[in-house]
Each structure stands twice: as structure tokens, then as C-alpha cells.
Design a binder for this molecule. Sequence first.
Ligand code: ATP
Ligand code: MG
Ligand code: FE
Length: 351
Amino acid sequence: MIVLGFESSCDETGVALVSDTDGLLSHTLYSQVAMHQEYGGVVPELASRDHVRRILPLTNQALADAGLTLANVDAVAYTAGPGLAGALLVGASVAQSIAWAKGLPAIPIHHLEGHLLSPLLADPRPEFPFVALLVSGGHTQLMRVDGVGRYTLLGETLDDAAGEAFDKTAKLLGLGYPGGPALSKLAEQGDASRFDLPRPKLHSPDLDFSFSGLKTAVMVRAKGLGLVKVGEDDQMDPQTRADLAAATEAAIVDVLVGKATLALKQTGLKNLVIAGGVGANRLLRERLAVQLRRFGGRAYFPPLALCTDNGAMIAFAAAMRVKAGLAELNTERRAFTVHPRWDLEDVCQAD
Ligand code: ATP
Ligand code: MG
Ligand code: FE
């Protein structure tokens, strides 16, 4: 079975072809990051319009890369939420139109389920059950995963997501948007021990997170050093900026590693799967790999290119749901909707 998958929930247009037996056949991606950069964040209307511009050329390219045509496709999948309504509607309409024209089923997919299952696209592939640490721009969650559609939330952030903490601190340090990768790169030249930043909730017995205080702590340190207005009046020397970046990264990573370890202890599971954009962070990858070895378990990551938003994870999640008997393969009913807000529990299997 070959699934054509579309992702358009935010500022990446992604299209991919996945086979249930041969895995990923091709994927194409266009990131709108440069377009939104001058606004310091994603502008929803611009995002929707750009998805419209990119999605068909990306589809043709994905088909060509895989050496296939639409006649080879057995099902179409798309991100139905959560995300920006207008952006989601682009992927949903294109997917539904292709499905209608070709008499194929169209499978709506939850964006986080896509992230969550993406480490299964890598080799070696983790076995169920495992603990998943989902760390993206909008979410920070620890989940117990017993199978496809069998997800139990163990804990989540009470305020900012880990990716948001990276992005907001990066902005504060004048590193632009999205700041995670830039902050992480700058941190390589910094000395994390120079600034003692808080590790929010690291020692609490629950599995929740809180990152909003971290940004404030960095701001207080930055102001103390004379950095009053970011970009203008910037009086911070490059080394101090790098040291602050390193201290921020170290604080976020410490908390993520600590809570992931606690989740493994509490569930008695040995394997940890990391998903979402922050999963691309090198320090987090290194620290988790070491920690899990010490713990007698193993850390599994998605391929680096599939950490942030992409179509492959959506096509793959759909193929997995079909295999598990969890996707409705309807080719008659064509009404559809998108869900800008959507709980992952809504796509869980009833026990
Ligand atoms: P969600 O999936 O929750 O809706 P999203 O789709 O915006 O949010 P992703 O695309 O999964 O999130 O990830 C983007 C986030 O990952 C951004 O916050 C970005 O800064 C962060 N990120 C990407 N690479 C790195 C890195 N190397 N280090 C730290 N953070 C990173
Ligand atoms: Mg993005
Ligand atoms: Fe995402």
C-alpha cells in the first residue's frame, strides 16, 4: 500500500510517499522560515497563501522522485490539526481533492501522532511499549505509547513549550526566528557554567514542565549585563552572548533529560523515543543517549531531517493506522473539516 501524505499545519509544506512495506519512498519540503523572519514569527495568512503556491509543485516532485504517478497511490493522508486553520485547510483540500478525483480514501492525521511515530521511520526501530518525549515548538509532553493509537499522557508543560523557550530566549539574544537552531549553534562557543540558570520543576515528583520562568531569568541576567534593548543598544560582548546561550540550552536539556528519566522510572519502561523539532538538538541527543545507556535502556530519535514538520511523518502515521485497522477507508463520504485545536486523546483507540 502506498500513501501520499501532506503536512501544512504551520510554516512548512511537506509532501511524501510512504509504502507500508518499504517505508519512505520520497519526501519534499518547503520551509517558509525566511518569509516569516522579518515579522519575528509566523503570519497565518501569508502561511496559507504560500502553502497554496508550493503544494502542487512539491507533490509532482515527490511523485517524480519516487518514480510514481497518482495511479500508484492507494490512499491520501493529511494533517487535520492541530495548527493554523487556514494553513491546515490548504493541505486538507488538496488531499481531499486528489482522493476524490482518484476514488481514493483520504485519511485525516493528528499532527502530534505524526511526530510521535516518526522515530519508527529510523533504523533501528523502537518496539512498543516506550516512553515518548515530544518536544516541539508548541508542545512538551511525556507520553506512554503502547501501540498505534494507544497513547497515555504522563505529563506536559504548564506554560511554554521547550521549543518556545529556545525561540524566545534566542529572540532576546537577538538571534532571530526560529531561534532554536541558532541558539544551539552559538551555545557551542559558550561556557554554560558562567550563568547559573534555574531548572524549573527538575526535582518535583510529577512529570510536568514549566519553561516560562527561564526566559525571564535570562532576561534578568541580560539586563544586569547592560543588554537593555535587543538589537539596538546592544552592549553585550559576543562571548557573553554565547555563554548565555549555552547556559539556556544546558538548563532546558537538564530538565528534559531529568523528567524523561523519571518517566522511565515511574513506568518501568526502558526505551525512550524523542520526537519533535527540539529532538534535532545535539546536546539533547548526546545527553539522552548517554543517560539511557547508563539506565540500561536506549534512546531512539527520528532521522534528523524528519524532526521538524514534514509530510513523511503524516504519510507514515496514516500507513500505521491503516495497518492497525484504525483508519476509516471511506471513498464515499467527502465532507471534511480541520481541527485547529485537537487533543491527541481523540485519536486514541478505545480500551
Ligand atoms: P507543534 O508540532 O507543537 O505544532 P511545530 O510544528 O512548530 O510545533 P516543530 O516543527 O516540531 O514544531 O519544531 C520546531 C521547534 O524546534 C522550534 O521551536 C525550533 O526552535 C526547535 N528546534 C529546531 N531545531 C532545534 C535545535 N537544533 N535545537 C533546539 N531547538 C530546535
Ligand atoms: Mg515549523
Ligand atoms: Fe510540528
